[in-house]
Design a protein around this ligand. Structure first.
Ligand code: PLP
Length: 460
């Protein structure tokens, strides 16, 4: 059993290496890929504490990459991925009132998705150079993922990226973060419809297996294992920084959660031996996951729009990975449960729960109150997603395990929410201000499989 061989949660894929797992994205049997074993790194922790972010990233990730990428190339990929961050610490951790904030938003698009997508873009480029292929990435976005994916692969050899977003339904700022990127391999598609129309067309195109094969379609959503892997690093990093600052033996980490990708990386970190006593799962009103961790019932509700739109998700694409471990790595059981969920929109797990997790919901009123309170007391502006995490974290504070709150976006990205909470638009960022004067490139298309496929064909 090796950490650099990958199996599917549904048991229907022959073992593949890291490179094939990254290229496959979603497992071919409809499940998600996971390493066949998770290495126990507790003996390494002492030596990991003094490493730079990039060196720590290499130490954490290399057992999962194995010989799919040579050591020197992997080190180079990691260094280039984090050199694009605005601070040498990559993820600065600062004390703020009763919590510690791990700022994950210093990458090019000011959201935590850069941590994974800068890495994934460079991995794609490396693998394509080795294999001599081409990749056409097709994605649908409601905001953050599209711009982070574009900035991950802009200008890269062998890759074209097509991102669909609903015309007039993403914030003007989020649209400019995509449409002002000048590189010739970036193609922004406004679709005449909603985000759901975009997702539907995406699924239809990926299900057209002939087109998928002929046009080498690739995916960048968080089902890609490389995204989860890159996120494992900052759980170790931020735990070490807070241990240094406080002398605590263990910490807690609160995670604003949507698709369960970020907090699942925390789960992997804990299984590797990270000194984390508890993971606090925070949702907004779209609370399927917090209800699950409190009651064992995973049941789908309707999506409700909130101030933290990147967490407005009901069916969390990475949950199946956790479920696989929760049922004892039994892929037959996972298949049964996922079939039952597809049929009934509900499953119930009655095994007494998982004491590693605590969970709660931070609603819109709590989000606004928390942003106000931290600004008044600390002069610190929380973005609305981070505020949900902080609001729930405050229910689980304890003396001997300090609380780390993951800050998933810069507040300037969600200035309307900040204005609503603080009365004026106090959060600014020069990178976003600069976009206001740049030329925009986009096409406007019908959300129709044939139309999108014809556009891809005509463009590449
Ligand atoms: C994507 C996103 C989240 C949710 O992360 P998941 O991995 O989907 O749970 C939270 N906050 C922000 C700002 C995001 O962009």
């Amino acid at each position: 059993m090796s950490a650099s061989e990958y199996v599917s949660t549904r048991g229907g894929v022959a073992r593949v290496n890291f490179a094939d797992a990254v290229m496959m994205g979603l497992a071919d049997d409809g499940g998600l890929l996971l390493p066949a074993a998770i290495p126990d790194m507790r003996a390494q922790l002492a030596s990991w504490r003094s490493l730079s972010y990039s060196d720590l990233a290499y130490a954490v990730m290399s057992p999962f990459v194995g010989d799919a990428i040579p050591a020197a190339a992997l080190k180079d990929i990691i260094c280039r991925s984090y050199a694009t961050f605005a601070t040498p610490a990559v993820v600065p951790v600062r004390r703020c009132g009763r919590v510690h904030i791990a700022e994950l938003f210093h990458g090019p698009t000011l959201a935590f998705k850069d941590v994974a997508l800068q890495f994934l873009g460079n991995v794609f480029e490396h693998l394509l150079t080795q294999r001599g292929g081409k990749l056409n990435i097709l994605g649908a976005t409601s905001g953050d993922t599209g711009s982070a994916a574009i900035h991950g692969v802009r200008g890269k050899a062998g890759v074209d990226i097509f991102i669909m977003f609903p015309d007039g339904r993403v914030s003007p700022l989020q649209e400019r973060q995509m449409t002002t990127v000048p590189d010739a391999n970036v193609h922004c598609i406004a679709i005449k419809g909603t985000f759901d129309d975009g997702q539907r067309v995406l699924k239809e195109v990926f299900n057209d297996l002939g087109f998928k094969r002929d046009y080498q379609l690739g995916a960048v959503n968080s089902v890609n294992w490389a995204r989860v892997l890159a996120q494992v690093v900052y759980y170790f990093w931020s735990a070490f920084r807070v241990q240094e600052a406080t002398g605590a033996a263990t910490v807690q980490v609160s995670v604003p959660t949507g698709n369960f990708g970020d907090i699942f990386a925390g789960y992997i970190a804990v299984r590797m031996g990270a000194p984390i006593r508890r993971l606090v799962l925070a949702t907004n009103e779209n609370d399927i996951l917090s209800r699950f961790f409190r009651s064992g019932e995973y049941s789908q509700g309707a999506v409700c729009p909130t101030l933290s739109p990147s967490m407005d998700i009901q069916v969390a694409s990475n949950f199946e990975r956790y479920l696989y471990y929760r049922v004892g790595e039994n892929s037959d059981r996972v298949r049964e449960l996922m079939a039952a969920f597809a049929r009934d929109k509900k499953i119930v797990i009655t095994d007494g729960g998982d004491s590693l997790f605590a969970a709660g919901r931070g609603d819109t009123a709590m989000t606004i109150e928390t942003i106000r309170r931290y600004y008044a007391a600390e002069k610190y502006i929380l973005d609305p997603h981070t505020a949900v995490g902080v609001a729930v974290a405050e229910q689980y504070l304890c003396d001997d395990a300090p609380m780390i709150c993951l800050a998933t976006a810069h507040p300037a990205k969600f200035s309307a929410a900040i204005e609503q909470a603080l009365g004026s638009d106090l959060a600014k960022h020069p990178a976003l201000e600069a976009l206001k004067d740049l030329p925009v490139r986009r096409v406007l298309l019908e959300p129709d499989k044939r139309v999108i496929e014809d556009y891809v064909k005509a463009t590449v």
